[in-house]
Design a binder for this molecule. Structure first.
Ligand code: CTP
Ligand code: CA
Length: 224
């Protein structure tokens, strides 16, 4: 195929990519989730595969099609995503694009929670989810290159630098998702690559162009 004609700098390299949201059940019919289409993570998985990588894409619930040339593992919750990612280790490279829900309901109900006449809703007790990127960034089988994302609405660089250190990542792909940018749910993205070496400002690109450029940047960093 046309797509397969280019150079293969990641040939034989194992890559894990997370994408999409996670769904955290409240009861059998309701859940808590972040907004995420999966477009950016799926495009990154496809472009890494194009560069010859052996890609495992661990995806939360999305409506977009599976990318070509990639093994897809579908999960619902953050805990399922963590289990699928650690089961896919060891890997050479990990790219954590998923918009993981930070909290889940402490005890989800086995049956649908019913409204009760004259009573307000019962409060939901939440508990923190595992941090998948942070777990892998500090894992005994840590991939040689670990890339995370940071969707921020303020103080983008400072927050991304803090995440780089806290999560044990080599790169944080930072983007400003404040409503005025129109990035959430759209097809475009403007990112900055934050690493110990400094900050790279990328222009406004389509999500597919960001993915292509990031896959190339990852291949370059991996070979260095
Ligand atoms: N991430 C993850 N597991 C989580 C939360 C986040 O793997 N439970 C990953 C995301 O996939 C992303 C990076 O960590 O690559 C940053 O996610 P983000 O939500 O921006 O960071 P948090 O540490 O959750 O901080 P906050 O939401 O408070 O900004
Ligand atoms: Ca978060």
């Amino acid at each position: 195929a046309l797509l397969d004609d280019g150079p293969k700098p990641l040939k034989g390299r194992r890559v894990i990519v997370t994408s999409g949201p996670t769904h955290e059940p409240i009861d059998p019919v309701r859940y808590i989730a972040n907004r995420s289409s999966g477009k950016q993570g799926h495009a990154i998985a496809a472009h890494l595969a194009r560069l010859g990588a052996d890609v495992t894409l661990v995806s939360g619930p999305v409506t977009i099609p599976d990318p070509a040339g990639v093994e897809v593992i579908r999960v619902e919750s953050a805990r399922e995503m963590l289990a699928a990612v650690t089961a896919a280790l060891p890997a050479d490279i990990g790219v954590f694009v998923a918009a993981v829900a930070d909290w889940r309901v402490a005890t989800s109900a086995d049956n649908k929670i019913k409204k009760k006449e004259g009573e307000g809703p019962a409060p939901l007790a939440l508990t923190e989810n595992p941090d998948i990127l942070k777990t892998v960034g500090h894992h005994e089988n840590r991939p040689r290159l670990v890339v995370g994302f940071a969707a921020e609405t303020a103080d983008v660089i400072a927050n991304a630098e803090a995440k780089l250190a806290r999560k044990g990542a080599d790169f944080i792909v930072a983007n400003d998702v404040s409503p005025a940018t129109g990035i959430m749910g759209g097809d475009r993205n403007r990112v900055r690559i934050v690493s110990k070496q400094g900050v790279e400002d990328w222009p406004d690109l389509s999500k597919d162009e960001v993915a292509e450029r990031l896959a190339a940047r990852i291949a370059e960093a991996f070979q260095a």
